[in-house]
Design a protein around this ligand. Structure first.
Ligand code: SF4
Length: 99
């Protein structure tokens, strides 16, 4: 996914380390990612596409198996979004089968 993001005309290209704080851990890493996500959400013109690509590429991975900021969301936030989407699909299927 890093190769993909490097081709995008986006703010993260200027300082990729801020979007992928590999040397930092815990609250420090989370703080760096929150700052990067704020840039995504306030200035990036391809945020929706970036998030869609990341969600598709990461599938059903949990927060520990997602890395860096994509589409203005941290790995944990993307994992929660994936779970909400999974639950919405499950509810829709249940409703369709009950109809
Ligand atoms: S949404 Fe964020 S991570 Fe995605 S391309 Fe834009 S600046 Fe980069």
């Amino acid at each position: 996914m890093n190769r993909l993001i490097k081709r995008m005309p986006a703010p993260c290209q200027l300082n990729p380390d801020a979007w992928f704080p590999e040397g930092a851990t815990g609250q420090v890493a989370l703080g760096q990612m929150k700052s990067a996500a704020a840039v995504c959400n306030s200035t990036c013109t391809i945020r929706a596409t970036c998030l869609a690509v990341a969600m598709r590429a990461e599938g059903t991975a949990d927060g520990k198996n997602r890395h860096g900021v994509f589409g203005g969301l941290t790995p944990t936030e993307r994992a929660k979004l994936a779970e909400r989407r999974r639950q919405a699909v499950a509810r829709a299927v249940e409703q369709a089968l009950a109809a």
